[in-house]
Structures are given as C-alpha cells and as structure tokens.
Design a binder for this molecule. Structure first.
Ligand code: AQP
Length: 339
C-alpha cells in the first residue's frame, strides 16, 4: 500500500517549553497556516508531554501551553479549519508511544543528535523521556496516520526515525498499517540561527534572550535585538553565493526573505551593497510590521484563557475520533485482548 491510500493529513507540534520564537514562526507555523488552506486535514499540537522531558515549572507550563495556542490562532490557524490540541488531552499519543518504544531500537535512539545536543556531557543524568522523545514524536504523527509533517530543518532526523518506526512496525506485523510520512521542510528560513552565534539554532530555551526574537517582544525590543545581532564588517553581497562562509549575514538575509515572502536573490537584488547599518533597520521595520499584529492578537486572546481551554477541549474531542480507532486497530494488530 502506498501513501495515496491514506487521507492527506498534516500533523505538527511545538513544545510549550518557553515562549514562541521567530524560528518557530518561520520554520514551522507559517507553513502550518498555508497547509491549512490546502487540500489536507490539519492537526496542530502543543506537545506538553514533550516539554516535560526537561523539567518545567507547572504554572509556567500551563501558561506557555495557552500562550502557544494563542500564538497559533493569532498567526492564522483557525480552530474551525484545523484541529488544535494539547498532547496530554489526547491520551492515545502516549499509548501508541509505548508500542513504539518496543519497536524502536536503542541504537537508533543513540544516533539522535538532538538528544546529544540537549543532554550534553551529562547524558547519564538526562531523563529517560528525553532519550525516548523521538518515539513519542513518531506516535504523535502516526496516531493520526498523518501523511505530511511541516517542520524546521532540525527535526529532519526525527522524521526519518518516524519513517523507520512505521516501516519496522509494518514489517514486523506483516501489515501496511502506518503511512511513510513525508517531511515538509520548505521556505527561506528552515533553520533560523541565534542572533548572537550564527552556528547555533535560534531556540526558545537558550539562556540568552538576546539570541532570539520572541513573538511577544515589543517593537523596541525587536529593533534593539536586531541592531545588536552579530554580523561581520562587510557590505551585503549582490548574489547568494556571496553569503557562503558568512553565517550571520546569511541568517539575517534568510529572515528578511522569509518575512517578506520573497527569495534570497530578491533580497540581495534590493539590498546588495548595503551596510548592516542600513540593512538592520530595514529588517527591524519588516519584522515589527509582520510580528506586531500577531503579538497584539496573542495578548488579546490571553485575556480569555477559559476560551483557549474550550478550544483545546473541543480539539481533543475531534482528535480522539481519529486516534481512538487507530489505537484500537494497533492493539488488535499487536495482539492485545480487548473489546
Ligand atoms: N531556529 C529554528 N529555525 C527554524 N525552525 C525551528 N523550529 C524550532 N527552532 C527553529 C521548528 O519549530 C518547531 C517546533 O520546535 P519545538 O518547540 O518542538 O522544539 P525545538 O525544535 O527543540 O525548538 P526550540 O525552540 O529549540 O525549543 P527548545 O529550546 O525547548 O528545545 C519544529 O518544527 C522545529 O523544527
């Protein structure tokens, strides 16, 4: 059976492990919004169970989950067009993850670069959940039989593992039950880098707030962070090739292109030859113009957290209409006794 036998369905998620960053927005959310308008069923998730693989303050986790939902909606994800959920309200994610813990191999997990990056030198002290994270991620996707997953470039390896788990499950049980999911990694900013270090990904949990633009930053803060962003002393080139070996310059140009919905070549046709002294204010103006309406709407939505909770509860009900039968069939395939 090929993927064409499955309903075209999109799943993706973001961890409520901090506030949303420009990296999450350009690498993931913008694509979530455009796929919602295409011929897919779309399910978008605050992956709270993933967030606790690293300790989270419970009150902050609750706040971040609601704020993330507000960020999704303010960016254009409509609860009437997409199913919007927090992972823990749909228990089949965690139930399928257990099955996948028994399918995935230790060796596969040990190759995951995100675990190595996040656990650092002290891997023995990392949580078992952080090590098993990719099996839960595979379950998040496959409990919906999702065919497409829009993500930033950093999640490529986890999506390959999701495909490996689906293939091994199908092979071990002699079925064609799980689809082989396609990653969707597209756009000018699939990996937005830290504003302080062009070799490091922009990340919501980076200790330095100056390294990232938060979706809730005000106009002055955005302008200040861009003004202080690390760059080199040269002017912008007029062709993309001129950005080779200039990671910080490339990052700012990529961000500009993604925010303006134009290509890197178009940015350089317009700004080639400019010094950062003039390019940075142009980028800051663009970022504020694009992000301010979203952060204003997020703040408005956060005034009514009960409404956000209702949206997530309704999303969970809709989600379980898909996930409960798929879990039941999985249990049947594996040999669990039950009605
Ligand atoms: N810098 C980035 N550039 C492009 N895409 C990015 N994504 C994250 N950072 C960038 C994409 O956003 C989605 C959600 O990511 P996540 O929150 O689940 O986990 P993450 O990739 O580990 O993101 P963070 O911000 O770095 O979180 P923390 O700091 O908690 O680990 C994914 O599609 C991801 O590719």
């Amino acid at each position: 059976m090929t993927n064409s036998a499955f309903t075209p369905r999109v799943f993706s998620g973001i961890q409520p492990s901090g506030g949303l960053t420009l990296g999450n927005y350009l690498g993931a959310i913008k694509r979530f919004v455009s796929m919602q308008e295409e011929a897919y069923e779309t399910i978008y998730c605050m992956v709270d169970l993933h967030a606790i693989t690293v300790w989270q303050d419970p009150a902050k986790l609750r706040h971040n989950t609601r704020e993330l939902a507000a960020g999704f909606i303010a960016s254009g994800i409509s609860p009437d067009k997409s199913i919007l959920i927090n992972q823990s309200q749909v228990p089949e994610h965690a139930q399928l993850a257990w099955i996948f813990n028994c399918v995935a191999r230790m060796g596969w997990m040990q190759r995951m670069t995100q675990f190595k990056d996040k656990a650092g030198k002290n891997a023995q002290n990392a949580s078992l959940g952080l090590f098993g994270y990719p099996a839960l991620m595979a379950a998040d996707i496959l409990i919906y039989h999702a065919t497409h997953v829009p993500v930033g470039d950093d999640q490529k390896q986890h999506l390959e593992l999701t495909r490996d788990i689906a293939i091994k499950f199908n092979h071990d049980y002699g079925v064609d039950f799980f689809p082989i999911t396609e990653p969707v990694i597209e756009g000018a900013a699939t990996r937005v880098m830290s504003l302080r270090d062009g070799s490091k990904k922009m990340s919501k949990s980076d200790a330095s707030d100056a390294s990232r633009i938060n979706m809730t930053d005000d106009a002055d803060t955005i302008a200040k962070k861009i003004r202080k962003a690390k760059t080199d002393p040269d002017a912008l080139p007029s062709e993309a090739k001129g950005l080779d070996d200039r990671p910080e310059a490339r990052n700012l140009v990529n961000i500009y292109a993604a925010l303006a919905d134009i290509s890197v070549d178009q940015v350089l046709a317009e700004h080639g030859g400019a010094q950062f002294g003039s390019f940075k204010p142009a980028l800051a103006d663009l970022a504020v113009a694009k992000l301010a309406p979203i952060s204003t709407e997020m703040a408005r939505l956060m005034d009514d957290p009960a409404e956000i909770d209702r949206i997530l509860a309704r999303g969970a009900e809709q989600a379980r209409e898909i996930t409960a039968p798929i879990l039941k069939q999985t249990y049947d395939i594996v040999g669990m006794v039950g009605g």
